[in-house]
Design a protein around this ligand. Sequence first.
Ligand SMILES: CC(C)(COP(=O)(O)OP(=O)(O)OC[C@H]1O[C@@H](n2cnc3c(N)ncnc32)[C@H](O)[C@@H]1OP(=O)(O)O)[C@@H](O)C(=O)NCCC(=O)NCCS
Length: 324
Amino acid sequence: MLRSRIIGTGSYAPKKVVTNRDLERMVETSDEWIASRTGISERRVADGENASEMAAKSGKAALRAAGVSPKDIDLVVVGTVTSQMIFPSTACFVQAALGIRAGTPAFDVSAACSGFLYALDVADKYVRSGAAKKALVIGVDVFSRIIDWSDRGTCVLFGDGAGAVVISAEKGSHGVLSSNIHSDGRYWDMLYAPGSARSNPFEKTECASGFLKMNGNETFKIAVRTMGGAITEALEGANLRPDDISLLIPHQANLRIITAIRDRLKLSDDRVFTNLDRYGNTSAGSIPLALDEAVAAGKVSAGDIIVFVAFGGGLTWASAAVRW
Ligand SMILES: CC(C)(COP(=O)(O)OP(=O)(O)OC[C@H]1O[C@@H](n2cnc3c(N)ncnc32)[C@H](O)[C@@H]1OP(=O)(O)O)[C@@H](O)C(=O)NCCC(=O)NCCS
């Protein structure tokens, strides 16, 4: 049986750090409020960089870690909702930047904070069907560009970042064991960012655009419920139990959401990876950025069961269980 094995990881975060103290000077908030309600201390903010540049840097690092030449990549899938253009896709820019062969399929998937796991799910299906042998899968977002920096209810939560994995078709028991993606469009207005191409080409108006909007309290409750269920689904799909989890890498939105899920699964702290204190919620960048840091910190060993779970605008949610 063919499986998608993760053979390399990479990540990239902009150099510019914005701390909670910096935000105190911008909106009516406090380091104490942000840290206690979210677990976030600081976040990175892109300074002139766009999503495809960040994605390419994370992709290059993943290729290097995997020891794979760009010429051997036969699929590029990028999860993002903050491309610098309506089209081409971020994936096409990444393809050109990294020298991935002309003719290789490259496309984006739009699932907000679930974007990386959506991209992984699609790439995994290509690999298992034999349609791709080595895929570059990236999650990237630049939410600093769609945040209202005068809205304390949202600006304290998000940051910019990118992460990537190279997956390779392998026979055996290592790789993606189960993967699930879901959405429920009825709840689109819980979390959204308006902005689109002009609806009437003869109207002399600029593209309508606006800032991210969120119903924080409701989103919090739905996130705990759906992510908890999605982890169970990933485990059942792989015939595993919560005890089998070596490391849970959840979407890094809010430490209180992660703690609620951890308690529900009765997992000890060392089996749940978090880095949101330093990055905030980087949307589609969140999980692959956390994975790359977990790998670099030596928290992932061959044979480990890694479970990913995400939640985001759409509403969307997703999970995957992987044997490293
Ligand atoms: C946004 C969130 C942190 C708010 O935390 P909360 O404990 O629910 O706080 P509330 O919204 O009830 O607000 C409590 C008070 O703090 C205030 N407040 C909101 N943001 C604040 C800030 N940055 N600084 C200080 N006070 C703030 C509110 O105005 C409110 O004041 P009031 O009681 O006078 O009305 C929380 O709801 C959350 O994390 N939701 C999920 C968001 C998320 O993860 N989205 C992305 C999903 S991918």
